[in-house]
Design a protein around this ligand. Sequence first.
Ligand SMILES: Nc1nc2c(c(=O)[nH]1)N[C@H]1C(S)=C(S)[C@@H](COP(=O)(O)O)O[C@H]1N2
Ligand SMILES: [Mo]
Length: 220
Amino acid sequence: MSSSPLPPGQSEEPMRRFGLPQFARIRPVAPERPVLVVGGTVRRPAQIDVAELFSSARRVEQVSDLHCVTTWSATGLRWSGLRFGEVHELLAERVRPHPSCTWVVFTGLDGFRSCMALSDALADDVQLADRLGGEPLTADHGAPLRLVAPGHYGYKSVRHLCAVEYRTRYDPGSARWAAHRRGRVAREERSALLPGWVWRRIWRRAVPRVRAAYDRAVEG
Ligand SMILES: Nc1nc2c(c(=O)[nH]1)N[C@H]1C(S)=C(S)[C@@H](COP(=O)(O)O)O[C@H]1N2
Ligand SMILES: [Mo]
């Protein structure tokens, strides 16, 4: 089931844990009382209980697709969580980001980081999800909380989210040179420097090696 036709260069695959190979072996266990560390160029950095966010913001559900830059897409994923836009309002009130912050860096418990334009992160379909397919998020797919940004390549959707930083500048994050500042799927912004259709072939070839790294990590 696809909530929309697949974007150019993508093909459908079942969802399985995937990411940068250097993070395959880091499999964080969700803390009992998850918190978000909120900082960056802000007046008052803070640590906020995720439970508090869930009691202050409205739970929403959405069905969307996940498009990995390496050309596979998992479709019809039913996420449940909070709209990042609504959470951002709560966070901003608390920490007071400097008005010139136009970027936001998300960090996971495994140390993986990605950066989005704040304006992109405020889109209606960007969620902080704690449920997938009607079940609590598993450790494989990002417990206790993950970013879901369906309009952006998968590397923007940080699993095991534990920190949100407001920044005045773009920071490439863990994908470094391979990241694209915006990473919009509709414009095929897979990675910087080369056009998306060139990256398709390069990234497609990387898939078996990455899958092998993740398979080895599961075996122990
Ligand atoms: N914390 C963390 N989040 C991450 C990654 C990672 O290595 N660590 N990889 C990203 C990439 S490249 C993709 S395609 C998606 C895959 O999501 P899944 O593992 O739930 O299928 O997670 C993204 N979020
Ligand atoms: Mo990815």
